[in-house]
Design a binder for this molecule. Structure first.
Ligand code: OAD
Length: 255
């Protein structure tokens, strides 16, 4: 591990541009369940069964109940040392960008006053899959802050749009939906010009996000993977740190 840690440190120290691509594993130590671990299952439903437009069409109440449960859970979670170390890296070096698949908002919180920053902008992430904290109108796309208290007794009690009265939905990307084009282009552009991509806590199974690290690789950059388990990206990693992100990132990134 020490050899890999040293190799990763050297790659970071010599890099001019760095992108960090994160997934659910970076928030595991904050108490947020990953998607594909056993604790990702809620009331016997897997995320793939609920995070779809079809599931919402069939039962908006069930899908809203799941999101309200996740929002409640997040009220008791805080950024862990991995979010804080990455925010510090991005804050100290302007050539670092954080790209996340997570909708939990923990990178954003680490970039703000929970990380001790008055001006969070350099450490704000690109949230490829949206944010669970916002609602979006299913008709007119207008957005508003979401609440963790959702009354799911009937369709009428679910959140409705202030502007057009249609049903609101969580402002996240569901399976089968397209990602925001502008954010995606930005992510690929950053990955292309990076000489190091830090891939943290993702199973790298969901596209197009999983292609972002490969873009760095295809353009001559190197990968550092932080994940206790191997993924399809592991064979391409120049350094692989097989440890929980919270423990290892604070060792990797000096203050
Ligand atoms: P997954 O749940 O698929 O993968 C989590 C990864 O984190 C696994 O590879 C674990 O080995 C690793 N892991 C677990 N604990 C860790 C720790 N403490 N430190 C580091 N790594 C750890 O989550 P994602 O790859 O983020 O999409 O999933 C990608 C997308 O699929 C999600 O954004 C979501 C999901 O369904 C949508 O909802 C559209």
């Amino acid at each position: 591990m020490n050899v890999e840690l040293e190799a990763a440190r050297e790659l970071l120290d010599n890099a001019r541009r760095i992108v960090a691509v994160t997934g659910a594993g970076i928030s595991a130590e904050s108490g947020v369940p990953t998607f594909r671990g056993p604790e990702g299952v809620w009331k016997s439903y897997r995320p793939e069964e609920l995070a779809t437009p079809k599931a919402f069409g069939r039962s908006p109440q069930l899908v809203w109940e799941w999101y309200a449960w996740r929002r409640k859970l997040l009220e008791h979670c805080s950024p862990n040392p991995a979010h804080l170390a990455l925010a510090r890296l991005a804050y100290d070096h302007l050539k670092v960008a954080i790209i996340t698949q997570n909708v939990d908002g923990l990178h954003t919180r680490a970039a703000g006053d929970e990380g001790g920053y008055a001006d969070p902008s350099p450490a704000l992430p690109i949230e490829l899959h949206g944010s669970i904290a916002r609602d979006r109108c299913s008709a007119c796309d207008s957005r508003q802050p979401g609440s963790a208290t959702i009354d799911v007794t009937s369709l009428g009690t679910l959140p409705h749009c202030d502007r057009c009265s249609a049903l609101m939905r969580p402002d996240v990307v569901w399976f089968g939906e397209a990602l925001d084009r502008v954010l995606l282009d930005q992510a690929f552009h950053l990955a292309k010009s990076a000489d190091v991509c830090l891939v943290i806590g993702t199973s790298a199974l969901v596209h197009p996000a999983a292609l972002v690290p490969l873009t760095t690789l295809d353009n001559g950059g190197k990968l550092i993977e932080i994940n206790p388990h191997k993924t399809s990206l592991s064979p391409y990693a120049s350094a692989r740190l097989s440890a929980p992100a919270g423990t290892i990132l604070s060792k990797l990134i000096h203050s």
